[in-house]
Design a protein around this ligand. Structure first.
Ligand SMILES: [Mg+2]
Length: 366
């Protein structure tokens, strides 16, 4: 089964943040979702869909796919998924082991797993070795609102939807306090700050946030690969650390985990090297006794891939649902809403759903 043709589809889709009273500045200025879809067609007629990370970097990722990745794989056996991944990583290693190149490889890899499981006639999770559906908890991953009242409102909204695990993207103490006051003592509260601080600033802030009993503090230090400082922060403060969305390849995760930097390892399937690399990281986390916690703020194939991966891993952690509402949905909207605290997984073959081509047509950029 040869790879005959690959199309890169760039899309831009407005989304609603669920608030209206705040100026749209800074983090809040982000209002459109980028998609870089990878559609792979084969000689057997099977088509696969992947998703390369492209938030605010869509065009470079698309160009990397078109000029660096696709020319190397046309004519190859589409079922040779792990070898294609390995050969691409070797051929492209000098262009960056984290970032645009790996995002592009990730998009292709997801599409090839979609094809391989379709060829086997199985849902991806079964192709990956699981025969039954288990309930993998979902958590709400709120936007950054930079306003305690907004944070309280959105925490309340998440609770009313049944979420018992809620992650903030706030860097202010007042916002975290508002979240805890609204969430109550029982809810699990996480705080993701996206790499704003020096190690010393992070120590001061982690100790301030500790009073709100946060379950983890995510990416407190810049640069994100300063694993020694993350490890020191965890041991100095006793606050559990999560990180990994800014790491690619199992080798980078090995360094991160071995240094004692994290209690929660967060590979992102559309960034890290695809399903192939994600599975290696899941095995690594299991061996080191580090809790996996997938990064999945996606609404395309990357979200579906994360759901299937979670089914095929004994201890997958929880699934992240970024708390924005895109204007349209590539897949039935209900798959993005947990029922009884868990997302449903399709029993359709491959990733389980094909993108809605009318939506693709409406939002594609070329
Ligand atoms: Mg994060």
């Amino acid at each position: 089964m040869k790879i005959e043709h690959i199309e890169v589809i760039e899309m831009e889709m407005p989304f609603d943040k669920g608030i209206s009273k705040k100026d749209q500045v800074g983090f809040l200025n982000w209002g459109k979702l980028d998609f870089c879809l990878v559609k792979v067609e084969t000689s057997s007629g099977i088509t696969g869909w992947g998703d390369a990370f492209s938030f605010q970097c869509r065009r470079p990722v698309a160009e990397a796919l078109k000029h660096m990745v696709i020319p190397r794989v046309i004519g190859k056996d589409a079922l040779d998924v792990v070898n294609i991944n390995s050969e691409l990583q070797q051929a492209l290693h000098l262009f960056g082991r984290y970032g645009i190149t790996m995002f592009a490889i990730s998009g292709l890899d997801i599409a090839l797993w979609d094809i391989a499981s379709k060829a086997a006639g199985l849902p991806l999770y079964q192709f990956l070795g699981a025969s039954r559906i288990k309930n993998v908890p979902a958590y709400a991953s709120l936007f950054r609102y930079e306003d305690p009242d907004c944070v309280g409102d959105r925490v309340d909204f998440a609770k009313n939807l049944g979420y018992e695990k809620i992650k903030l993207h706030e860097i202010g103490i007042d916002e975290v306090r508002a979240a805890r006051n609204t969430a109550g003592e029982e809810a699990l509260l996480m705080v993701d700050v996206n790499c704003p601080w020096t190690p010393e600033e992070a120590r001061i802030m982690a100790l301030k946030m500790k009073q709100f009993d946060i379950h983890w503090l995510e990416e407190p230090i810049n640069p994100p690969e300063d694993f020694d400082s993350l490890a020191k922060l965890a041991s100095d403060t006793g606050v559990p650390i999560a990180a990994g969305e800014n790491a690619c390849t199992a080798f980078e995760f090995k360094k991160m985990i071995r240094s004692g930097a994290v209690s929660f390892a967060q590979p992102s399937v559309a960034k890290v090297g695809g399903i192939t690399e994600f599975r290696k990281i899941a095995a690594l986390a299991e061996v080191f006794g580090t809790q996996l916690m997938p990064h999945s703020p996606y609404f395309g194939p990357g979200f579906l891939a994360t759901l299937h991966l979670a089914q095929s891993i004994a201890n997958p952690g929880w699934i992240e649902r970024i708390f924005i509402e895109p204007e349209a949905a590539l897949y039935p909207r209900e798959i993005f809403d947990p029922v009884g605290g868990s997302f449903k997984v399709s029993n359709g073959i491959g990733l389980g759903f094909e993108p809605d081509l009318d939506v693709v047509k409406t939002y594609r950029l070329d």
